[in-house]
Ligand binder design. Sequence first.
Ligand code: AR6
Ligand code: MG
Length: 296
Amino acid sequence: MKNRFTGCLLGLALGDALGAPFEGMPPGNHIPQCNGFLRYTDDTEMMINLSESILETGDISRQSIAEHFCSSLTPTRGYGPGTLKVLSLIKSGVPIEDATRKVFPDGSLGNGAAMRVAPLGLLYHWNERLLTDAVSRVSTVTHVHPVAIDGAMAIALTVGALLRETVTESLLEYLVARMQTNIMKQKLESISRLLSFDISKEQIIEELGHGVLTHESVPTAIYAFFRFGDDFMETMRFCIGLGGDTDTIAAMAGALTGVYLSDNGLPDECLEKLENYSRIKGLAERLYSLSLSMAG
Ligand code: AR6
Ligand code: MG
């Protein structure tokens, strides 16, 4: 179980760092490289800040999470412009509830909530109500759009379900039943059909998307896991070959593949090059201990 916690967070960070050099490119035969330093982006930085806040307070404190997001923010890690603005408003004293609607009145539709919530699926895998409550509270520190919250739910619920049971097609039905928005329901519902035949990158991009919006990236990452999740690097090559928001799609699929395979399934030659490898591994181990003590 502990190795699956570390596999999840290291898989997320590795996917993020492997995808980062290809962000914004058109689809192509992009090959993820582990021959140089693997620097991660905002996805992993936010996942780390969230985990550190939880371990510090032993709880989900929105105020503490917001403070960690703001005080440990590295501007050069490629944050979405909306999230940067929301965090700078919070830092200047604007209440979270107001800040999250200043850029987009209905809230951000970006995948910035989904990319960071994998630790919540780990921590609360034993209690779905606590898990969904935590996802909702953590997402809405920056992302209040219902589609963005649904995307975060889909990722964290998948992580939780993978820790509890083996993967079956019914996992997709389980996720669909928990979506609150039609677009996320429809997209996740279509994955079973798309898995039933050989399909090109271009068709996947057309059907599921490869962009920064939640409904154009979360279903794609879940599809990638179901199709290639037995092999971490195969999952990475697929996600990165799509182009577009490569780092975040690979980060989300990396978290799912990592929890499924455990850290033994991640390539050592890449982990050796990953920025802050030991720190991320340590956070996962401490979340494992916290989860055990919470579950009693
Ligand atoms: N209406 C129209 N466009 C929107 C809306 C909306 N309601 N919400 C978001 N966008 P943002 P994130 C567009 O800035 O979700 C980084 O690379 C708009 O163009 O809230 O934290 C991360 O690694 C907006 O700037 O950021 C992720 O991959 C963009 O979506 C990615 O960016 C992203 O929303 C998203 O990060
Ligand atoms: Mg990123």
